[in-house]
Design a protein. Structure first.
Length: 164
């Protein structure tokens, strides 16, 4: 069993938060979600933080949180926001699993509510460009690549295969 944080990365809607919950149950490990932690700390939703402090404000909170997560003494499962790999201090956080899902699959998956939670999905043309740019970074930062185009159970089995 891997004795460091298990870190899920991938584009918005690839299933990081959902899968992290399942992994927590399967591996009996505590789960943390960077978006949730930031939101709780500031007392605002991610969308509200973007509105009030801009993307730069959100990124600063994300960068600071990475340091806190690195200093935790016990290994957790960490679900991350899709932009986490932009930070230099992301390196060294733990074993990284990239949930790779096609852009079209992600769009079909997300409800209107899920869209509205994610400010960077407002403009679909820009979101597609971001997806293409990010793909390279996710691959570069990944220890393992998970095919996340299918159901959650399928993704879960792949991750467990790597870490058990
Ligand atoms: P992320 O944390 O990567 O942004 P979420 O876990 O929040 O993604 O998932 C976004 C939405 O897609 C949720 O409504 C979730 O129920 C759904 N979802 C996630 N993974 C899958 C999957 N493998 N198959 C179908 N729907 C999924
Ligand atoms: C972002 C992804 C979001 C959230 C914020 C920015 C990104 O998290 O952190 O809206 O830059 O890709 P999810 O990947 O959980 O949607």
């Amino acid at each position: 069993m891997i004795n460091e944080h298990l870190v899920l990365i991938g584009f918005m809607g690839s299933g990081k938060s959902s899968l992290s919950q399942q992994l927590g149950i399967a591996l009996k490990r505590e789960v943390l979600d960077t978006d949730v932690l930031i939101s709780e700390k500031v007392g605002l939703s991610v969308a509200q933080i973007f509105e009030k402090f801009g993307e730069e404000g959100f990124r600063m909170l994300e960068r600071n949180l990475l340091e806190e997560l690195k200093s935790l003494k016990t290994p957790h499962i960490i679900s991350t926001g899709g932009g986490i790999i932009m930070h230099n201090n992301f390196r060294g956080l733990g074993k990284v699993f990239y949930l790779r899902a096609n852009f079209e699959v992600i769009l079909e998956r997300l409800s209107a509510y899920e869209f509205q939670k994610r400010p960077l999905l407002k403009d679909l043309q820009k979101a597609k460009e971001l997806y293409l740019k990010r793909q390279v970074l996710y691959e570069k930062n990944a220890d393992f690549i998970i095919d996340a185009n299918g159901g959650l159970q399928k993704s879960l089995e792949q991750v467990l295969e790597y870490c058990l």
